[in-house]
Design a protein around this ligand. Structure first.
Ligand code: DP6
Length: 346
């Protein structure tokens, strides 16, 4: 007797960045953030979870490799779901004593700093909550694993509300517009380096919160008004405003990282060259046609409308003739896709 559930979840790319935690244990952020979810067909994580009475211990495989499930963020998700299942009596007591095996893989390089943990945890908690039959806000569960994961639970554009409750119950993601709303919007990812980033996001946020003199201004002044303007721009399909807000937020986020001590340096000379090229291109075109944004790594994510894609690819190939790793990722994506490989049988 066994139950297996498989879920696929896409990567999301923030246009207003999450950086800094009000509560590090619960991953409650200092500020709201907004992201676009990529098409799950091109960049996604796929996770299968299975419980069986004869499993001797909880186990986890990531991209084919057996890794420890006792890492804090996995334990937080698993424990919370088992507690909810017990409280909600969604499964009988025997079921809750059985061990779980989790198998997750990405269809893109994990170490490339391309938000792999976001897709991974969105998948994991969705699959586990189905398996254990719990009724809860899945984005809040995903947040426990990795903050940005809560936004990968939905397609389209998504806002993560920081919330104000001490237990994080209102720190959840909500869809701004669904995946069919702005189909012309595309994302192009320029892989500048696919090696592991120097300072992880989790660590970088701690350094910033402790030492940056700019983070408070960002969270109190710039981001709150920018988030509202961003959601409005998305609803109006106002690309120039969307682009300007996206680039300003990426720049401010990296300025805050640099103002940390020691500084968190994520951009490289190539990243900075991309920024310069995009600004020159937008100036030449008379209004913003492309927006760059960089997470905690050197890879550029370019948001642009479909009609711009061929021109921008030529532009990148002109400046980086040897770049073979430029690839296009489509937006928006369908909402979280669930594939049930087995009917639940207890
Ligand atoms: C720069 O969600 O990876 O990508 O909550 O510690 O797991 P943890 O951090 P994580 O941070 C993502 C930071 C970012 C910006 C963003 O996605 O909003």
């Amino acid at each position: 007797m066994s139950d297996i559930i498989t879920v696929v979840a896409p990567v999301n790319i923030a246009v207003i960045k999450y950086w800094g935690k009000r509560d590090a244990k619960l991953n409650i952020p200092l500020n709201d953030s907004v992201s676009g979810t990529l098409d799950a067909k091109v960049m996604c994580a796929k996770t299968s979870v299975c419980v069986r009475p004869d499993f001797e211990e909880d186990r986890l495989w990531l991209n084919g490799e057996n890794v420890s499930i006792y890492k804090e963020n996995f334990q937080k998700c698993l424990n919370k779901i088992r507690i909810l299942a017990k409280e909600q009596k969604s499964r009988d007591e025997k079921f809750l004593t059985w061990k779980v095996h989790i198998c997750s893989e990405n269809n893109f390089p994990t170490a490339a700093g391309l938000a792999s943990s976001a897709a991974g945890f969105a998948c994991l908690v969705t699959a586990l909550s189905k398996l254990y039959g719990v009724q809860t806000d899945v984005s809040a569960l995903a947040r426990l694993g990795s903050g940005s994961a809560c936004r990968s639970v939905y397609g389209g554009f998504v806002r993560w509300h920081a919330g104000s409750n001490p237990d994080g119950s209102d720190s959840i993601a909500k869809q701004v517009v669904d995946s069919s709303y702005w189909p012309e919007m595309k994302v192009l990812i320029l892989v500048v380096a696919d090696n592991k980033k120097s300072t992880s996001s989790t660590k970088g946020m701690i350094i910033t919160a402790k030492t940056s003199e700019l983070i408070d201004h960002r969270c109190r002044v710039t981001v709150p008004s920018r988030v509202e303007k961003m959601c409005e721009a998305i609803k109006r399909k106002d690309f120039p405003t969307f682009a300007e807000l996206t680039m300003k937020d990426s720049n401010e986020f990296h300025a805050v990282c640099l103002s940390s001590y020691p500084p968190c340096v994520y951009l490289t000379d190539v990243s900075n060259k991309i920024i310069e090229i995009i600004h020159r291109y937008n100036e030449m075109r008379g209004s913003p046609k492309v927006a760059y944004t960089f997470d905690a790594g050197p890879n550029a994510c370019l948001y642009l409308l479909e009609e711009e894609v061929p021109k921008v690819i030529s532009l990148i190939k002109y400046f980086f003739p040897s770049s073979s790793e430029t690839f296009i990722k489509g937006l928006p994506c369908p909402d979280l896709k669930e594939e049930f490989t087995n009917e639940l049988q207890i």
